[in-house]
Every structure is written in structure tokens, then in C-alpha cells.
Design a protein. Structure first.
Length: 490
């Protein structure tokens, strides 16, 4: 502050004016210096001629020079003619495209473009370019078919760039890209154009599906064939087991019939020797039959337990077999089932044959005991018949006649309805005829007895003791009869 106070006032004023003048000079020079960005170019005209400044700056001297800015940015706009375009085939189509155009970067193209577009607005510039593009597009579409336009849009873009290159160069422009956005027509030509390909693709898909179904059906048939073969083998083994079982049953039945026939023969020989102790011996034999039935049931239950065990094993094998795959699973399961079924049938056959054999022996023993008892009863009955006199014989005959008459009248009892037509000829007409016929049938019973026995009723009654007579009884029974009687009593 002290130094400034020592300086003259005039020097300070001069220094301040110089500083202000320098600042104004720098501001003036800054206003004269114009810079061009990377997206634009400066067209300098006036003193020194017209020249292009791009990517740098220059001083524009006022009153003798001036400059204008020209944009070098990419211009993108739609190319969509309002009128229909006609193809080589004469089909009217509407084409919509997008074009990207820019000013070339060389000074000559920039000067050419500035001569034509520098004073025009962006809309005016795009309108001029669009008219040129639509004209070229119309010419190119007229040289192509609808199929080429739709299927080769890149080819249309290449042609447009090549065709427009000369005209665009005359305006200092270049076509960066030309892309078809949409092609349509009013007559649905494009829609129908794809139908043959759609039909062909659908046909190929149907053929492929049918071939796949065929292959699947072939594989299924092969698996079913293997399963059927395994099932047939199992059926054969089952039939063989059943045949063997039936053969064993037949053998057991044959042995039973043979023993039964031999016992029946013995019974017939002994049947004439016993009758009286029949009821007592029958009760004893019934108890034995019950005991044998209990044994048979026990055997059957044991066999059923064996069968159930076999069934459990079969189920276990069947569960194990379910983890296999495909036809091998089915074949293994069927073989396991067949083996289990064969074992079951063999076990049933053995159990059934043992049961039949035990039952046959029991029945034979019963028949033998029954015959022996009947023979003893017959001997007693024969001794009783010797005690009969005429009254007893007549009582037997008379008491047996109702059974004979009932047997003769049995056919009439089976008749649901009888229609009687009476002619009025005495007692032989109407319902009396039916009862009269039954009486005549009853009257023929003695004659029937004589025809069957070969002896007259009078001769038979003459040989029977009269009422009051006593038949002599032997003091001592024959040894054989006594032993039989003791056996029957026991």
C-alpha cells in the first residue's frame, strides 16, 4: 500500500487502462475465433475465397469474412411412397423402408452439399432426398418379383445403395444403409405366397410324426411279441402242470374205484349175512366217519397253508420282478408266476390225491362195515321171517299195497290239469271214470305180485304157518352164527 501510494496517479490510470484494453482485445479475438466440432464443418467464405474448416478452428475477420455451419451427422428418415409400387409381375405392393444418409467427409463433398442444402431446413433437405430415394425405389421394385422382394430384402437394399450412389454423390451425400421395414399388398398375394411352404412344412411334419408313430408301433409290437412268447411258454408249463395234476388225480380216482369195486364185491358176499345190528354199527361208523372227516379237513388245511406259502413266495417274486425293464420285466414276471403256479398246482394235486386216497379208504371201510352189519341184520331178519304166520304175511302184503298203489298213481299226480268230457253213458262217464280206473289198477296188484314172484298167492299162503302154530327153534345156534352174533353185539 505504501508502494502504490508513492507511484504517480497517472501511471496507475494508464496501467488500468492497458489491462482493460488487453481484456477487451482478448474478448474480441475470442469472438473472431470459430471452432468446428467433430460432427460439423465450417464453410468460410469472403476474403480469401470459400474453404472448409473441419475438426479445428479459424479466425473469421469481420466485414471481410463470414462462416456457416454444416452438420455432418447421420440423417435417418422413412421412405414410404404413398402410391402403390408395381412389381415385375404387375402386383401392386406397398413398401416401407428406412434410409440412413450423411454428408461425405471430404472437402469437395462438403462444399457440394453446402451449395445445395446449406440454406435449407432439415425438413426441406429430407424432402428432397426422399423424392430421389422413392423414385429409385420405384424403379428397383419394378424390376423384381414379389418373392424376391419379400425373401431377399438385403438384395433390395444393396441395389438401392448402388443405384442411388451417383445421385447422392452429386449432392455430396452417401447412403449408409437402406432397410426394408414392411412389404404388403391389398390382394393378399404375400399371404398366399407362404401357403405352399406352410403346406409342405406341415406335410413334412405329418410324415415325420407318422414315421415316429410307426417306429413306436414297431417297438411296441416287438415288446408285445416277446411278452406273448413268454406268456405262451408260461401257459404251456401251466398246462403241463395241470395235466400232471389231473393225471395224478385220475390215478388216485382209478385206485379208489378199484378198491371200491373190490369192497363192493366183498360187501355183496357179506350182505346176506347181517341186518339186525345195522343201526348200532351205523352209529359207530358215523363217529368214525366224523373223525376221518376231521382228519381230511386237517389235511386240507395243511395243504391250504402250503398253497398260501407258495402264493406269498409268488407275490415276493412278483414284487422283485417289477424293478426290471421292458419285456425282460414281463418275461421274468411271467416265468416266476408260472413256476409258482406249477408248484402250487403240484402241491394241490398231491394234497388232493392224498385226501382222495384217505377218503376212499374211509369210504371203503365204511362200506365194508356197513355190509357186514347189513349181513348180520339180514340173518336176524331171516330168523324173524321164520316166525311169521299167515296173519303176519297178510299184514305185510296189505300194508305194502298202499305203496304199490301210490307208485301206480304217481304219474297221475304229475298231471297239472285233467279235462273230462262226459257223454252221459252211465257210470263210466265223468269223474267216476278216473276213480274207477284207479280202483282197477289197485285190483291188479295181486296179479302183478304173482307175475313178478312166479307163484300164486294161494300157494304162498298155504305154505305159511297158520295162526297159533309155533315154529321149532334150535336149541344151539351154529358156530358161525354164534360168532357173528357176538361180533354184532360187540
Amino acid at each position: 500500500m505504501n508502494i502504490l501510494s508513492k507511484l504517480p496517479t497517472d501511471a496507475l490510470v494508464v496501467g488500468g487502462l492497458l489491462v482493460i484494453a488487453f481484456i477487451f482485445l482478448m474478448m474480441f479475438l475470442a469472438r473472431l475465433y470459430r471452432k468446428a466440432g467433430p460432427h460439423e464443418a465450417l464453410i468460410v467464405y469472403g476474403w480469401g475465397g470459400t474453404h472448409v474448416v473441419k475438426g479445428k478452428g479459424t479466425v473469421i475477420f469481420p466485414m471481410v469474412q463470414n462462416c456457416l455451419q454444416l452438420s455432418l451427422e447421420l440423417m435417418s428418415f422413412d421412405v414410404a411412397p404413398q402410391q402403390d409400387l408395381y412389381t415385375k409381375q404387375g402386383v401392386a405392393v406397398t413398401v416401407e423402408a428406412v434410409a440412413q444418409i450423411k454428408v461425405k467427409s471430404d472437402p469437395v463433398s462438403i462444399l457440394t452439399s453446402s451449395e445445395q442444402f446449406l440454406t435449407k431446413t432439415a425438413q426441406q433437405r429430407e424432402g428432397l432426398i426422399r423424392l430421389v430415394m422413392e423414385g429409385h425405389l420405384r424403379g428397383i421394385i419394378g424390376q423384381l418379383t414379389v418373392e424376391e422382394i419379400v425373401k431377399q430384402p438385403e438384395m433390395v437394399g444393396d441395389r438401392m445403395r448402388n443405384t442411388c450412389a451417383d445421385d447422392m454423390s452429386k449432392m455430396g451425400l452417401e447412403v449408409i444403409s437402406f432397410t426394408i421395414k414392411e412389404v404388403r399388398d391389398k390382394n393378399q398375394y404375400i399371404t398366399n405366397m407362404g401357403r405352399p411352404d406352410i403346406a409342405r412344412i406341415k406335410r413334412d411334419a405329418d410324415i415325420a410324426t407318422a414315421e415316429a408313430d410307426r417306429d413306436t408301433a414297431i417297438k411296441q409290437a416287438a415288446a408285445l411279441r416277446e411278452s406273448a412268447v413268454a406268456r405262451a411258454q408260461a401257459d404251456q408249463e401251466r398246462v403241463a402242470a395241470e395235466t400232471a395234476s389231473q393225471a395224478k388225480q385220475a390215478e388216485a380216482q382209478r385206485d379208489l374205484e378199484i378198491k371200491r369195486a373190490s369192497y363192493n364185491e366183498m360187501v355183496k358176499k357179506q350182505q346176506a349175512q347181517a341186518d339186525k345190528a345195522y343201526e348200532i354199527q351205523t352209529n359207530i361208523m358215523q363217529q368214525q366217519v366224523v373223525a376221518e372227516n376231521v382228519k381230511v379237513q386237517q389235511i386240507e388245511k395243511m395243504e391250504q397253508v402250503k398253497v398260501q406259502e407258495q402264493e406269498i413266495l409268488r407275490h415276493e417274486k412278483e414284487l422283485i420282478a417289477t424293478v426290471l425293464k421292458g419285456a425282460e420285466i414281463e418275461r421274468a414276471r411271467i416265468e416266476t408266476l408260472a413256476s409258482a403256479e406249477r408248484q402250487r398246482l403240484m402241491s394241490e394235486a398231491e394234497g388232493r390225491s392224498a385226501s382222495i386216497r384217505a377218503q376212499g379208504e374211509a369210504e371203503a371201510e365204511i362200506i365194508f362195515k356197513k355190509g357186514e352189519a347189513e349181513a348180520k341184520a339180514m340173518n336176524v331178519k331171516a330168523e324173524a321171517f321164520q316166525e311169521y304166520n299167515q296173519a303176519a304175511v297178510i299184514d305185510k302184503l296189505i300194508s305194502g299195497m298202499p305203496e304199490i298203489v301210490r307208485a301206480l298213481a304217481t304219474p297221475l299226480s304229475q298231471v297239472d290239469k285233467i279235462t273230462i268230457v262226459s257223454t252221459g253213458n252211465g257210470s263210466s262217464a265223468g269223474a267216476h271214470k278216473v276213480t274207477g280206473d284207479i280202483a282197477e289198477m289197485a285190483a291188479q296188484v295181486p296179479a302183478l305180485f304173482e307175475a313178478l314172484s312166479g307163484m300164486k298167492m294161494s300157494d304162498l299162503l298155504s305154505k305159511v304157518r297158520t295162526i297159533g302154530d309155533k315154529a321149532p327153534k334150535p336149541d344151539v345156534l351154529p358156530p358161525d352164527s354164534g360168532s357173528k352174533a357176538r361180533g354184532a353185539g360187540a
